[in-house]
Design a binder for this molecule. Sequence first.
Ligand code: HMG
Ligand code: MG
Length: 300
Amino acid sequence: MKLPDKVKIVEVAPRDGLQNEPRQVPAEIKVALIERLAASGLRVIEAGSFVAPKWVPQMAASAEVFAALKKRNGISYPMLVPNQRGLESALAAGVEEIAVFAAASESFTRKNINCSISESLERYREVIGAALTHGVRVRGYVSCVLGCPYEGEIDPAAVAYVAARLFEMGCYEISLGDTIGTGTPLRTQRMLSRVMEGVAAEHLAAHFHDTYGQALANLLAALQLGIATIDSSVAGLGGCPYAKGASGNVASEDVVYMLDGMGIESGVDLQLLVAAGSYICNFLGRPNGSRVARAMQAAR
Ligand code: HMG
Ligand code: MG
């Protein structure tokens, strides 16, 4: 099986990584983190979300964070948007890329965005159409692709259905989220093969959480099927407020180390990435969730 020569990493720590932090992280710390991530070579960094602050208080200052970022050529800072109101905030902020987030599980969709899957798709049809009219690119998420905290295992056909609808509506890329990290490699490949009947590998991204320590193995399984976009979070930060057990995205440092070791280009400097992870872990006062970062620090 031919592995991709290059992989695009979508760094999600400032959004997915921090959204579940109980203590409010000030905007200037988020900005300093994002600038460090950009300096490491990352070219897509999710910077925040325009969601209801009652639902996710940590993301309340996302407009402030976005406004303070140095906009460099070639770096994209997507922001999550759940509805028309969120899109209006994104447009007012001058955001050039948004992400809408659906799920393959009815229960999770209800808990996360307070509607059914079909209502969410109707809502997103309008949001995506309006965003594209304004020249804003749209990425689509499908959560719970390998398991749901409320419904258990998810049928790959349900994932394929939601992914194909979002793609038809105009999302340029569909990110498939193993939100609670219960997947294993062969199940990952079965799910991806089913999704790829409707959306080609070049338009798919793997967004895996490492809750059960399976994320790198699942990513290798995805790379083997030609997926060349990986979402990850520096220091393994992460979690979803509406998915108990969604502790930790795969760590960006671990992904870059694996890719470097396989001769797959990511454009990211591992040392600078480790420094960015240390910066935010020091602020949060917690151990680094990246095995690679811990090993490199211990070897110094
Ligand atoms: P709702 O309560 O049904 O909405 O929530 P509503 O329209 O009735 O509004 C309720 C209140 O929120 C109102 O304020 C609205 O104005 C306000 P009030 O009148 O009560 O003071 N409101 C907003 N405020 C700011 N921005 C907005 C907005 N919309 C409404 N855009 C809603 C529905 C979708 C708003 C809510 O459920 C929500 O915000 N959910 C977001 C949940 C979230 O952010 N989850 C984490 C991201 S998903 C994830 O992490 C998974 C992922 O990483 C992939 C993976 O790992 O699988 C992407
Ligand atoms: Mg996530």
